[in-house]
Design a protein around this ligand. Structure first.
Ligand SMILES: [Zn+2]
Length: 406
């Protein structure tokens, strides 16, 4: 191990014996009391020295025996310590690919804020390379989020759609103007690949790319069709439910952006649950949906989907998708986040698993909201690192040493 104080957090002295790590309430912590010698010692935690060398430096600075180890333990417990050699084989591989890592350094620094254990951030970043995500829909939202996922290090981003790129599909961050007239799915895949920091990992040729829904870490359903966004079809999602494939809904409908729900089949509410719940609340819902869908074939004006809203929606969807791929359960599991013009203030609507839906989430949940079931993600995917911050364990925390920044 080569201990490294997380460089993502700025360090400053609040007073003569208290150090503050970080500036913002979301991630800042204070550490004290701390004497000047220990404060100077913190500068040595830059990832260039192992524990043995650090103990030697501590002796040279007249720090008491055991002080260095105690300090490292406390810093690690607070989630402030990283490991410049951590992250396992994936982390080693990424460090060897310097150009790739340099592209991803800001993403790595972000991950270091939401992970706890030393080396965990780079391990998770490296694991994204093995992830396979399929994006269904290559309009303004879908093409942008496909590029964002590839740029964030997701190894395989497949895009599915029909038709050819139209001028209104062009988006900074999504499909560029020179793709107008090209096949939409191919153009979006090509653009996503161009944004990837690394070549995609080789795939087994026996499982041809995109032929199935099996083996996808996540499918993102981003329809260009606004009815598909507002009233996602339960039957279209059946193969995903049956194969246990996690999927996330996203899109823009009439000036409202929608992100969610993230469906963990059999665990959290699906499109069928949403539809059944809406029918309970509004008996006219099925009649309305039937009329909207029956009018779908007719030519109609271009649906509203301005660049700012499309980009906002794509950004939040990618943040939730990456959180899921990184091993956490984002708040879109069991909820739809919505944002409307012109205020663009996000709010979440809970989506409850419905007893009448065949997905089985209602039996599993027993009325419990998925945000309370933090353990369920581990059962869905293999080899996910622990997401529970380890802020206890080891030696007892000394009284009045740590406190949350206010
Ligand atoms: Zn359901």
């Amino acid at each position: 191990m080569a201990p490294l104080l997380k460089p993502a957090l700025r360090r400053a002295w609040r007073d003569l014996n208290t150090v503050q790590f970080g500036m913002t309430p979301a991630h800042a912590l204070t550490l004290g009391p701390m004497d000047t010698a220990t404060g100077s010692f913190l500068d040595l935690l830059n990832g260039t020295r192992g524990p043995e060398l650090l103990r030697e430096e501590g002796r040279r600075m007249d720090l008491p025996d055991g002080h260095v180890d105690g300090l490292l333990r406390r810093l690690a417990r607070a989630g402030l310590l990283d490991d410049a050699r951590g992250g396992g084989p994936g982390g080693d591989l990424l460090r060897r690919r310097r150009a790739v890592l340099d592209r991803l350094r800001p993403d790595l620094a972000s991950l270091s804020l939401t992970t706890s254990d030393p080396g965990e951030a780079i391990g998770r970043l490296a694991a994204r390379r093995a992830a396979r995500v399929q994006v269904r829909g290559a309009g303004r939202v879908g093409a942008t989020l496909a590029s964002l996922l590839a740029g964030a290090g997701v190894g395989e981003v497949d895009v599915r759609d029909i038709g050819r790129v139209e001028p209104g599909d062009v988006t900074p961050g999504g499909l560029p103007a020179e793709t107008v007239g090209d096949r939409r799915d191919e153009a979006a895949r090509r653009v996503a690949r161009r944004h990837a920091p690394d070549r995609p990992p080789r795939r087994d040729t026996r499982s041809p790319r995109g032929q199935d829904t099996q083996g996808h870490s996540l499918v993102i359903i981003a329809p260009r069709d606004d009815i598909g966004v507002h009233a996602p079809s339960p039957s279209a999602a059946e193969p995903l439910i049956d194969s246990g494939t996690p999927h996330l809904y996203v899109g823009v409908v009439e000036g409202t952006g929608v992100v969610g729900p993230l469906v963990l089949p059999g665990e959290t509410a699906c499109a069928g649950c949403l539809d059944a719940d809406r029918t309970d609340r509004d008996p006219a819902w099925p009649r309305l949906v039937a009329q909207w869908r029956s009018g779908r074939g007719r030519s109609r004006p271009v649906p509203p989907c301005d660049l700012a809203l499309a980009t906002t929606v794509a950004g939040l969807a990618v943040a939730h998708a990456l959180a899921f791929l990184d091993g956490r359960i984002p708040s879109t599991a069991g909820a739809r986040w919505e944002v409307s013009l012109p205020g663009l203030t996000w709010h979440a609507r809970p989506i409850w698993a419905h007893r009448a839906c065949s997905c089985g989430a209602a039996d599993k949940g027993e009325g419990e909201h998925p945000s309370a079931k933090v353990g369920s993600h581990e059962t869905m995917a293999r080899e996910r690192p622990s997401k529970t911050p380890r802020r206890e364990g080891g030696t007892a925390r000394p009284a009045r040493i740590w406190r949350a920044h206010v």
